[in-house]
Design a protein around this ligand. Structure first.
Ligand code: 1VU
Ligand code: MG
Length: 351
Protein backbone atom coordinates (compact mmCIF):
# COMPACT_ATOMS: atom_id res chain seq x y z
CA UNK A 1 0.00 0.00 0.00
CA UNK A 2 1.71 3.21 -1.07
CA UNK A 3 -1.02 5.67 0.00
CA UNK A 4 -1.62 6.63 3.61
CA UNK A 5 -4.06 4.15 5.20
CA UNK A 6 -6.59 6.98 5.67
CA UNK A 7 -6.61 7.62 1.91
CA UNK A 8 -6.65 4.01 0.74
CA UNK A 9 -10.41 3.96 0.07
CA UNK A 10 -10.67 7.44 -1.48
CA UNK A 11 -11.60 7.49 -5.21
CA UNK A 12 -8.57 8.30 -7.40
CA UNK A 13 -10.51 10.75 -9.60
CA UNK A 14 -13.21 13.29 -8.91
CA UNK A 15 -16.50 11.66 -9.89
CA UNK A 16 -15.20 8.07 -9.83
CA UNK A 17 -17.16 5.59 -7.69
CA UNK A 18 -15.96 4.86 -4.14
CA UNK A 19 -13.83 1.69 -3.94
CA UNK A 20 -15.46 -1.40 -2.43
CA UNK A 21 -14.52 -2.33 1.14
CA UNK A 22 -15.07 -6.06 0.56
CA UNK A 23 -14.38 -8.05 -2.59
CA UNK A 24 -17.57 -9.79 -3.78
CA UNK A 25 -17.31 -13.60 -3.88
CA UNK A 26 -19.86 -14.95 -6.35
CA UNK A 27 -19.32 -18.53 -7.63
CA UNK A 28 -15.95 -18.24 -9.41
CA UNK A 29 -15.03 -21.82 -10.30
CA UNK A 30 -13.97 -20.99 -13.83
CA UNK A 31 -13.09 -17.87 -15.81
CA UNK A 32 -13.93 -18.98 -19.34
CA UNK A 33 -11.72 -17.36 -22.01
CA UNK A 34 -13.16 -16.50 -25.42
CA UNK A 35 -11.66 -14.67 -28.38
CA UNK A 36 -13.93 -11.67 -29.05
CA UNK A 37 -12.43 -11.21 -32.53
CA UNK A 38 -13.91 -14.61 -33.46
CA UNK A 39 -17.50 -14.06 -34.58
CA UNK A 40 -18.38 -17.73 -34.14
CA UNK A 41 -17.21 -17.70 -30.52
CA UNK A 42 -19.13 -14.48 -29.85
CA UNK A 43 -22.31 -16.05 -31.17
CA UNK A 44 -21.90 -19.01 -28.82
CA UNK A 45 -21.35 -16.82 -25.79
CA UNK A 46 -24.91 -16.81 -24.35
CA UNK A 47 -24.81 -20.65 -24.31
CA UNK A 48 -21.33 -20.66 -22.78
CA UNK A 49 -22.36 -18.04 -20.20
CA UNK A 50 -25.22 -20.29 -19.07
CA UNK A 51 -22.62 -22.95 -18.13
CA UNK A 52 -19.68 -20.86 -16.90
CA UNK A 53 -19.39 -18.82 -13.68
CA UNK A 54 -17.45 -16.01 -15.43
CA UNK A 55 -16.74 -15.25 -19.11
CA UNK A 56 -13.66 -13.27 -20.17
CA UNK A 57 -13.04 -11.56 -23.51
CA UNK A 58 -9.32 -12.01 -24.08
CA UNK A 59 -7.49 -9.24 -25.94
CA UNK A 60 -3.89 -10.22 -25.11
CA UNK A 61 -1.81 -13.29 -26.01
CA UNK A 62 -3.49 -15.77 -28.39
CA UNK A 63 -5.16 -12.89 -30.27
CA UNK A 64 -3.11 -12.17 -33.44
CA UNK A 65 -1.82 -8.62 -33.93
CA UNK A 66 -4.01 -8.03 -36.96
CA UNK A 67 -7.10 -8.87 -34.87
CA UNK A 68 -6.33 -6.73 -31.80
CA UNK A 69 -8.70 -3.96 -32.92
CA UNK A 70 -11.50 -6.25 -34.11
CA UNK A 71 -11.18 -8.14 -30.80
CA UNK A 72 -11.69 -4.92 -28.85
CA UNK A 73 -14.63 -3.94 -31.07
CA UNK A 74 -16.07 -7.46 -30.74
CA UNK A 75 -15.94 -7.20 -26.96
CA UNK A 76 -17.72 -3.84 -27.04
CA UNK A 77 -20.41 -5.50 -29.18
CA UNK A 78 -20.71 -8.34 -26.65
CA UNK A 79 -21.10 -5.86 -23.78
CA UNK A 80 -23.68 -3.77 -25.64
CA UNK A 81 -25.80 -6.43 -27.31
CA UNK A 82 -25.58 -9.87 -25.67
CA UNK A 83 -27.66 -11.05 -22.74
CA UNK A 84 -25.30 -13.13 -20.60
CA UNK A 85 -28.01 -13.88 -18.03
CA UNK A 86 -26.15 -12.26 -15.14
CA UNK A 87 -22.85 -14.13 -15.70
CA UNK A 88 -20.05 -11.65 -14.95
CA UNK A 89 -18.14 -10.32 -17.97
CA UNK A 90 -14.40 -9.78 -17.56
CA UNK A 91 -11.66 -8.82 -19.99
CA UNK A 92 -7.92 -9.41 -20.22
CA UNK A 93 -6.28 -6.27 -21.60
CA UNK A 94 -3.01 -6.19 -23.51
CA UNK A 95 0.22 -5.83 -21.56
CA UNK A 96 1.06 -2.41 -20.10
CA UNK A 97 4.09 -2.03 -22.40
CA UNK A 98 2.09 -2.82 -25.55
CA UNK A 99 0.80 -0.30 -28.11
CA UNK A 100 -2.82 -1.49 -27.61
CA UNK A 101 -3.43 -1.20 -23.89
CA UNK A 102 -4.29 2.51 -23.74
CA UNK A 103 -7.01 2.07 -26.36
CA UNK A 104 -8.17 -1.14 -24.66
CA UNK A 105 -8.78 0.69 -21.39
CA UNK A 106 -10.13 3.90 -22.89
CA UNK A 107 -12.56 2.14 -25.20
CA UNK A 108 -13.75 -0.57 -22.86
CA UNK A 109 -14.29 1.56 -19.76
CA UNK A 110 -16.03 4.37 -21.60
CA UNK A 111 -18.13 2.13 -23.91
CA UNK A 112 -19.03 -0.86 -21.71
CA UNK A 113 -17.61 0.03 -18.28
CA UNK A 114 -21.03 -0.54 -16.69
CA UNK A 115 -21.02 -4.13 -18.01
CA UNK A 116 -17.43 -5.06 -17.08
CA UNK A 117 -16.90 -6.55 -13.64
CA UNK A 118 -13.15 -7.15 -13.67
CA UNK A 119 -10.15 -6.19 -15.82
CA UNK A 120 -7.39 -8.78 -15.82
CA UNK A 121 -3.94 -7.19 -16.13
CA UNK A 122 -1.21 -9.45 -17.57
CA UNK A 123 2.49 -9.60 -16.72
CA UNK A 124 2.20 -7.53 -13.53
CA UNK A 125 5.70 -6.94 -12.17
CA UNK A 126 4.88 -4.92 -9.06
CA UNK A 127 2.37 -2.61 -7.34
CA UNK A 128 3.30 0.29 -9.64
CA UNK A 129 1.64 -1.52 -12.55
CA UNK A 130 -1.60 -1.77 -10.55
CA UNK A 131 -1.31 1.90 -9.46
CA UNK A 132 -1.08 2.99 -13.10
CA UNK A 133 -4.21 1.08 -14.15
CA UNK A 134 -6.01 2.07 -10.93
CA UNK A 135 -5.71 5.81 -11.57
CA UNK A 136 -6.46 5.57 -15.28
CA UNK A 137 -9.56 3.44 -14.71
CA UNK A 138 -10.76 5.95 -12.07
CA UNK A 139 -10.39 8.82 -14.56
CA UNK A 140 -12.26 6.86 -17.22
CA UNK A 141 -15.00 5.76 -14.80
CA UNK A 142 -15.51 9.42 -13.88
CA UNK A 143 -15.68 10.41 -17.55
CA UNK A 144 -18.19 7.63 -18.29
CA UNK A 145 -20.30 8.28 -15.19
CA UNK A 146 -19.92 4.71 -13.90
CA UNK A 147 -21.41 4.07 -10.48
CA UNK A 148 -19.92 0.64 -9.60
CA UNK A 149 -16.11 0.40 -9.47
CA UNK A 150 -14.45 -1.96 -11.95
CA UNK A 151 -12.15 -4.39 -10.17
CA UNK A 152 -8.63 -5.48 -11.15
CA UNK A 153 -7.11 -8.95 -11.34
CA UNK A 154 -3.37 -9.52 -11.81
CA UNK A 155 -1.71 -12.43 -13.59
CA UNK A 156 1.32 -13.75 -11.71
CA UNK A 157 3.53 -14.64 -14.64
CA UNK A 158 6.95 -13.09 -14.13
CA UNK A 159 9.63 -14.01 -11.62
CA UNK A 160 9.67 -10.36 -10.48
CA UNK A 161 5.92 -10.44 -9.92
CA UNK A 162 6.18 -13.57 -7.77
CA UNK A 163 8.89 -11.91 -5.67
CA UNK A 164 6.50 -8.98 -5.02
CA UNK A 165 3.19 -10.83 -4.94
CA UNK A 166 2.20 -9.56 -1.48
CA UNK A 167 2.68 -5.93 -2.59
CA UNK A 168 0.66 -6.59 -5.77
CA UNK A 169 -2.19 -8.19 -3.81
CA UNK A 170 -2.57 -5.13 -1.58
CA UNK A 171 -1.75 -2.44 -4.17
CA UNK A 172 -5.32 -1.14 -4.47
CA UNK A 173 -8.82 -1.68 -3.08
CA UNK A 174 -9.72 -2.58 -6.68
CA UNK A 175 -7.66 -5.79 -6.47
CA UNK A 176 -10.11 -8.69 -6.83
CA UNK A 177 -7.69 -11.57 -7.26
CA UNK A 178 -4.59 -13.07 -8.83
CA UNK A 179 -4.19 -15.94 -11.32
CA UNK A 180 -1.14 -18.11 -11.86
CA UNK A 181 0.20 -17.72 -15.42
CA UNK A 182 2.42 -20.81 -15.80
CA UNK A 183 3.43 -20.28 -19.45
CA UNK A 184 4.86 -16.76 -19.25
CA UNK A 185 6.17 -17.54 -15.76
CA UNK A 186 8.07 -20.60 -17.02
CA UNK A 187 9.64 -18.46 -19.75
CA UNK A 188 10.46 -15.63 -17.35
CA UNK A 189 12.16 -18.04 -14.94
CA UNK A 190 13.91 -19.95 -17.74
CA UNK A 191 12.21 -23.15 -16.61
CA UNK A 192 12.92 -25.87 -19.19
CA UNK A 193 9.40 -26.84 -20.22
CA UNK A 194 7.21 -26.20 -23.24
CA UNK A 195 4.03 -27.17 -21.36
CA UNK A 196 1.26 -24.75 -20.34
CA UNK A 197 0.66 -25.81 -16.71
CA UNK A 198 0.75 -29.34 -15.36
CA UNK A 199 3.67 -31.54 -14.42
CA UNK A 200 6.74 -32.60 -16.38
CA UNK A 201 8.28 -36.10 -16.63
CA UNK A 202 11.66 -34.57 -15.81
CA UNK A 203 10.50 -33.04 -12.52
CA UNK A 204 10.41 -36.10 -10.28
CA UNK A 205 11.44 -37.42 -6.93
CA UNK A 206 12.97 -40.89 -6.84
CA UNK A 207 12.91 -43.62 -4.18
CA UNK A 208 16.06 -45.31 -2.89
CA UNK A 209 17.38 -48.33 -4.88
CA UNK A 210 16.41 -51.75 -3.49
CA UNK A 211 19.75 -53.24 -4.54
CA UNK A 212 22.86 -51.47 -3.24
CA UNK A 213 24.91 -52.79 -6.19
CA UNK A 214 22.46 -51.95 -8.97
CA UNK A 215 21.19 -48.37 -8.77
CA UNK A 216 18.48 -49.08 -11.38
CA UNK A 217 16.62 -51.70 -9.35
CA UNK A 218 13.25 -51.03 -7.68
CA UNK A 219 13.28 -47.28 -7.94
CA UNK A 220 9.91 -45.58 -8.09
CA UNK A 221 9.78 -42.21 -9.83
CA UNK A 222 7.02 -39.82 -8.93
CA UNK A 223 6.23 -36.63 -10.85
CA UNK A 224 6.05 -33.53 -8.66
CA UNK A 225 4.01 -30.37 -9.19
CA UNK A 226 6.38 -27.60 -10.38
CA UNK A 227 3.66 -25.00 -9.54
CA UNK A 228 3.28 -26.00 -5.91
CA UNK A 229 5.49 -23.25 -4.46
CA UNK A 230 4.02 -20.44 -6.55
CA UNK A 231 0.41 -21.47 -5.93
CA UNK A 232 1.06 -21.67 -2.17
CA UNK A 233 2.70 -18.27 -2.14
CA UNK A 234 -0.03 -16.73 -4.27
CA UNK A 235 -2.77 -18.16 -2.02
CA UNK A 236 -1.11 -16.72 1.10
CA UNK A 237 -0.67 -13.30 -0.52
CA UNK A 238 -4.29 -13.23 -1.69
CA UNK A 239 -5.83 -14.40 1.57
CA UNK A 240 -3.66 -11.91 3.48
CA UNK A 241 -5.05 -9.10 1.32
CA UNK A 242 -8.67 -10.31 1.29
CA UNK A 243 -8.69 -11.16 -2.42
CA UNK A 244 -9.16 -14.40 -4.43
CA UNK A 245 -6.49 -16.77 -5.82
CA UNK A 246 -7.03 -18.67 -9.11
CA UNK A 247 -5.10 -21.29 -11.03
CA UNK A 248 -4.64 -20.20 -14.69
CA UNK A 249 -4.43 -22.00 -18.05
CA UNK A 250 -3.99 -25.71 -18.72
CA UNK A 251 -2.88 -25.96 -22.33
CA UNK A 252 -3.21 -29.69 -23.11
CA UNK A 253 -6.90 -29.50 -23.99
CA UNK A 254 -7.06 -33.19 -24.97
CA UNK A 255 -5.53 -34.41 -21.67
CA UNK A 256 -8.63 -33.92 -19.55
CA UNK A 257 -7.26 -36.23 -16.84
CA UNK A 258 -4.10 -34.20 -16.23
CA UNK A 259 -6.16 -31.01 -16.42
CA UNK A 260 -8.43 -32.31 -13.67
CA UNK A 261 -5.40 -33.26 -11.53
CA UNK A 262 -3.84 -29.79 -11.91
CA UNK A 263 -7.13 -28.06 -11.12
CA UNK A 264 -7.67 -30.29 -8.07
CA UNK A 265 -4.19 -29.61 -6.68
CA UNK A 266 -4.92 -25.88 -6.94
CA UNK A 267 -8.37 -26.30 -5.33
CA UNK A 268 -6.96 -28.24 -2.39
CA UNK A 269 -4.24 -25.63 -1.86
CA UNK A 270 -6.85 -22.86 -1.62
CA UNK A 271 -7.61 -21.53 -5.12
CA UNK A 272 -11.27 -20.61 -5.67
CA UNK A 273 -11.25 -21.33 -9.41
CA UNK A 274 -9.28 -21.63 -12.62
CA UNK A 275 -9.32 -20.54 -16.25
CA UNK A 276 -11.06 -22.63 -18.88
CA UNK A 277 -9.66 -22.26 -22.38
CA UNK A 278 -12.01 -24.64 -24.18
CA UNK A 279 -15.64 -25.59 -23.48
CA UNK A 280 -14.51 -29.06 -22.32
CA UNK A 281 -12.63 -27.47 -19.40
CA UNK A 282 -15.78 -25.76 -18.02
CA UNK A 283 -17.21 -29.08 -16.82
CA UNK A 284 -13.87 -30.18 -15.38
CA UNK A 285 -13.55 -26.94 -13.40
CA UNK A 286 -17.14 -27.15 -12.18
CA UNK A 287 -16.59 -30.69 -10.92
CA UNK A 288 -13.25 -29.94 -9.24
CA UNK A 289 -14.02 -26.54 -7.67
CA UNK A 290 -17.36 -27.70 -6.23
CA UNK A 291 -16.41 -29.57 -3.04
CA UNK A 292 -16.74 -33.35 -3.07
CA UNK A 293 -20.16 -34.43 -1.63
CA UNK A 294 -18.56 -37.11 0.61
CA UNK A 295 -16.20 -34.55 2.11
CA UNK A 296 -19.06 -32.09 2.60
CA UNK A 297 -21.08 -34.84 4.34
CA UNK A 298 -18.19 -35.47 6.75
CA UNK A 299 -17.73 -31.74 7.32
CA UNK A 300 -21.45 -31.42 8.14
CA UNK A 301 -21.09 -34.28 10.62
CA UNK A 302 -18.26 -32.41 12.38
CA UNK A 303 -20.29 -29.20 12.61
CA UNK A 304 -23.40 -31.00 13.86
CA UNK A 305 -21.40 -32.95 16.46
CA UNK A 306 -19.57 -29.86 17.76
CA UNK A 307 -22.16 -27.05 17.68
CA UNK A 308 -19.91 -24.52 19.49
CA UNK A 309 -16.74 -25.55 17.59
CA UNK A 310 -14.79 -25.99 20.83
CA UNK A 311 -12.92 -28.77 22.64
CA UNK A 312 -11.62 -32.13 21.45
CA UNK A 313 -13.83 -34.87 19.98
CA UNK A 314 -13.52 -38.21 18.16
CA UNK A 315 -15.63 -38.57 15.01
CA UNK A 316 -15.28 -41.78 12.95
CA UNK A 317 -11.94 -42.42 14.65
CA UNK A 318 -10.54 -38.99 13.76
CA UNK A 319 -9.61 -36.26 16.23
CA UNK A 320 -11.57 -33.02 15.76
CA UNK A 321 -11.05 -29.72 17.54
CA UNK A 322 -11.48 -25.96 17.08
CA UNK A 323 -9.19 -25.92 14.02
CA UNK A 324 -10.69 -28.88 12.17
CA UNK A 325 -14.16 -27.41 12.89
CA UNK A 326 -13.01 -24.30 10.96
CA UNK A 327 -11.81 -26.54 8.10
CA UNK A 328 -15.26 -28.13 8.04
CA UNK A 329 -16.89 -24.67 7.91
CA UNK A 330 -14.81 -23.73 4.82
CA UNK A 331 -16.18 -26.71 2.90
CA UNK A 332 -19.79 -26.47 4.10
CA UNK A 333 -20.05 -22.72 3.49
CA UNK A 334 -18.69 -23.08 -0.06
CA UNK A 335 -21.06 -25.99 -0.72
CA UNK A 336 -24.03 -23.95 0.60
CA UNK A 337 -23.13 -21.01 -1.62
CA UNK A 338 -22.74 -23.12 -4.77
CA UNK A 339 -25.93 -25.07 -4.07
CA UNK A 340 -27.99 -21.87 -3.86
CA UNK A 341 -28.43 -21.70 -7.65
CA UNK A 342 -27.82 -25.34 -8.54
CA UNK A 343 -30.49 -27.96 -7.82
CA UNK A 344 -28.16 -30.83 -8.75
CA UNK A 345 -25.51 -29.73 -6.23
CA UNK A 346 -28.19 -29.06 -3.61
CA UNK A 347 -29.34 -32.68 -3.92
CA UNK A 348 -25.76 -34.02 -3.95
CA UNK A 349 -24.96 -32.14 -0.72
CA UNK A 350 -28.30 -33.05 0.89
CA UNK A 351 -29.27 -29.41 1.66
O1 1VU B 1 -17.96 -26.71 -33.21
P1 1VU B 1 -17.70 -25.28 -33.63
O2 1VU B 1 -16.79 -25.21 -34.81
O3 1VU B 1 -18.96 -24.50 -33.77
O4 1VU B 1 -16.90 -24.58 -32.41
C1 1VU B 1 -15.66 -25.05 -31.97
C2 1VU B 1 -14.91 -23.88 -31.36
O5 1VU B 1 -15.13 -22.65 -32.01
C3 1VU B 1 -15.53 -23.82 -29.97
N1 1VU B 1 -14.60 -23.28 -28.99
C4 1VU B 1 -14.94 -22.33 -28.10
N2 1VU B 1 -16.07 -21.67 -27.86
C5 1VU B 1 -16.04 -20.77 -26.85
N3 1VU B 1 -14.97 -20.51 -26.09
C6 1VU B 1 -13.81 -21.14 -26.33
N4 1VU B 1 -12.72 -20.87 -25.59
C7 1VU B 1 -13.75 -22.11 -27.36
N5 1VU B 1 -12.78 -22.93 -27.82
C8 1VU B 1 -13.31 -23.63 -28.82
O6 1VU B 1 -15.81 -25.18 -29.62
C9 1VU B 1 -15.92 -25.98 -30.80
C10 1VU B 1 -14.92 -27.12 -30.72
O7 1VU B 1 -13.63 -26.55 -30.77
P2 1VU B 1 -12.33 -27.42 -31.12
O8 1VU B 1 -12.26 -28.54 -30.17
O9 1VU B 1 -12.33 -27.78 -32.57
O10 1VU B 1 -11.16 -26.43 -30.77
P3 1VU B 1 -10.49 -25.34 -31.72
O11 1VU B 1 -9.35 -25.97 -32.39
O12 1VU B 1 -11.52 -24.66 -32.56
O13 1VU B 1 -9.97 -24.28 -30.66
C11 1VU B 1 -8.94 -24.62 -29.74
C12 1VU B 1 -8.40 -23.30 -29.17
C13 1VU B 1 -7.39 -23.64 -28.09
C14 1VU B 1 -7.71 -22.52 -30.30
C15 1VU B 1 -9.61 -22.52 -28.59
O14 1VU B 1 -10.23 -23.31 -27.63
C16 1VU B 1 -9.23 -21.16 -28.02
O15 1VU B 1 -8.97 -20.22 -28.75
N6 1VU B 1 -9.26 -21.05 -26.69
C17 1VU B 1 -8.91 -19.85 -26.00
C18 1VU B 1 -7.40 -19.71 -25.99
C19 1VU B 1 -6.95 -18.52 -25.17
O16 1VU B 1 -7.73 -17.65 -24.81
N7 1VU B 1 -5.65 -18.47 -24.88
C20 1VU B 1 -5.12 -17.43 -24.06
C21 1VU B 1 -5.10 -17.75 -22.61
S1 1VU B 1 -3.84 -18.88 -22.15
C22 1VU B 1 -2.44 -17.90 -22.06
O17 1VU B 1 -2.48 -16.73 -22.22
C23 1VU B 1 -1.14 -18.53 -21.73
C24 1VU B 1 -0.93 -19.84 -22.28
MG1 MG C 1 0.60 -14.83 -20.21
Amino acid sequence: MSRHPRDFFKPLAVGAPAPLREIPVPPSRMIHFFDPSNEKMRAKLPDIAAKADIVLGNLEDAVPIDRKESGRAGLVEVGKTLDLGGTPLWTRINALDSPWVLDDLTTLVTEIGDKLDVIMVPKVEGPEDIHYVDRLVAQLEARAGISRPILLHAILETAGGVARVEEIASASPRMQGISLGPADLAASRRMKTTRVGGGHPGYVSISDPTDAEDLEVGRVRSQQDPWHYTIGRMVDACVGAGILPFYGPFGDIKDTVACEAQFRAAFILGCVGTWSLHPVQIGIAKKVFSPDPDEVAFAKKIIEAIPDGKGVHMIDGKMQDDASWKQAKVLVELAEQLAEDDEELKAAYGF
